[in-house]
Design a protein around this ligand. Structure first.
Ligand code: FHN
Length: 448
């Protein structure tokens, strides 16, 4: 059980205790919104009548679309005509999300902000404006910490190994490594853009790099210099591990490019990641960018379970939305986020600021999180997914005695009977769960 202070707001930065660790708010937060928005949202997973089989944001790569064609076709379609960043921020707030990360530039190279270094940005698209600034402002207004995603890969910049080039991640090989290309020029551009983002947009809480592979890693990005520059501009910023890592790989704490947290993608590590901070990023359907024909949505119940699962293993969940090119967020995503928020509204205490389950073995009925010790009592939260028909919840023994048990959703905190025998503890439950997704039983444990 750790002793962490409460979350801080980036807008109230001056009031933040200078000594407080930026990681503290992040560890408490547990739940954030990832936003993937770009020209690929306008393509919607379809190019010249053909649907792409990989994720929507990879359409340019999958069909080897020449940059000029991609740009000409999609810049006029990125209209942002119904874009309402306050609505996005309210949705995140309603969902119970405590931070967000938005794609300032994805692999396609298109920038959602006004970059002095390129015209390939939202200002020169049909949207006609910088969309990053109002997004950041809207989320800060809701006291949500803000983060920027920046793609190290750039399929548009001439200095970067181009689409279809064997130097590209899919096809890297020895023969082309010697090809002349102004890669240094690209790295200058990358540094320049990061500098713009770190200088012109106020306090940024997270910088989310994406991603490294093979030799395109660490010092290839002039990583040490980059980190130094970012930290000089934004001393409290948190960075992920992808200046060296691929999506699923972990980097040791003492690796200088290892960043502040690990980034398992689309899965929750079965044993957490002992000794390291981590965040699972995940899609609600199967793709990051908008793909109207992808109806493979996880249910609200599944998503609530994933959030609990993540917290029970000691990590954060960064859950993705892919807005349409007009700026609206698909209803199926909104519905699910609202359902998560409704659950968190009642049961948030069992997620925010908690740490991993005290048990190594998973209970058959659900998952467990641990609250902070207060006044000599540590709450242990039992998230019951499958309600036992005999109303007897079997709980493995704890080292310290249980003082009291009650349902978190029960405002009167009616005590539940707790029995112990040689197999552990039994909590007597009411006949029906209070929530079909997960009902939380609180065990108040003496000490820790
Ligand atoms: O290729 C990207 C993908 O489009 C998406 O942005 C994810 C999010 O983590 N990252 C990359 C794959 O690891």
């Amino acid at each position: 059980v750790t002793n962490q202070s409460s979350a801080q707001s980036p807008v109230a930065d001056e009031q933040v205790d200078a000594e407080s660790e930026p990681k503290e708010w992040w560890r408490e937060a547990r739940f954030g919104m990832f936003i993937h928005w770009g020209l690929y949202s306008a393509a919607g997973g379809e190019w010249q009548g053909k649907r792409n089989s990989s994720i929507a944001s990879w359409i340019a790569h999958e069909f080897r679309i020449p940059s000029e064609e991609y740009e000409k076709e999609l810049m006029p379609q990125f209209t942002a005509e119904k874009f309402d960043p306050d609505q996005w921020a309210r949705l995140a707030k309603t969902a119970g999300m405590k931070y967000m990360v938005v794609t300032a530039k994805h692999h396609e190279g298109f920038c959602l902000y006004d970059s002095e270094l390129t015209d390939y940005d939202s200002v020169h698209s049909a949207a006609g404006r910088d969309v990053i600034r109002p997004i950041l402002e809207a989320f800060r207004k809701q006291d949500i910490h803000v983060g920027l995603y920046y793609s190290l890969i750039d399929w548009h910049h001439p200095g970067y190994p181009v689409l279809g080039d064997p130097l590209h991640p899919m096809r890297e090989n020895e023969a082309v490594r010697s090809q002349p290309r102004d890669f240094d020029g690209y790295v200058d551009y990358l540094h320049g853009q990061v500098d713009e983002l770190m200088t012109n947009y106020g306090p940024i809480d997270i910088l989310w790099w994406d991603y490294s592979y093979g030799r395109m890693s660490g010092e290839t990005w002039r990583g040490s210099e980059l980190i130094e520059k970012v930290r000089a501009r934004q001393p409290k910023i948190l960075m992920n591990n992808r200046l060296v890592a691929l999506d699923g790989s972990y980097v040791a704490n003492d690796d200088k490019f290892g960043g502040d947290f690990q980034t398992p993608e689309q899965f929750v590590p079965p044993q957490g990641i002992p000794g390291l901070d981590w965040e699972t990023c995940m899609t609600i359907n199967t793709t990051w960018g908008y793909k109207p024909y992808d109806h493979d949505f996880k249910s609200s119940r599944q998503l609530i379970h994933t959030l609990i699962e993540t917290a029970s293993r000691g990590g954060n969940l960064l859950l993705n939305v892919g807005p349409r090119p007009d700026g609206t967020i698909p209803e199926q995503l909104v519905e699910r986020l609202e359902a998560m928020g409704a659950w968190l509204n009642v049961n948030g205490e069992a997620i925010y600021g908690t740490t991993a389950s005290p048990y190594k073995r998973l209970p058959s009925w659900g998952r467990v999180t641990t609250g902070k010790q207060q006044g000599g009592i540590t709450p242990v939260y039992l998230h019951v997914f499958d309600w036992p028909a005999d109303q007897k919840l079997q709980v493995p023994a704890l080292e310290s005695p249980v003082k009291r048990a009650y349902l978190l959703a029960d405002v009167s905190k009616e005590p539940l009977e707790v029995h112990s025998d040689k197999t552990g503890l039994w909590v007597k439950l009411p006949a029906e769960p209070l929530d079909d997704s997960a009902t939380v039983v609180v065990l108040e444990v003496e000490g820790k």
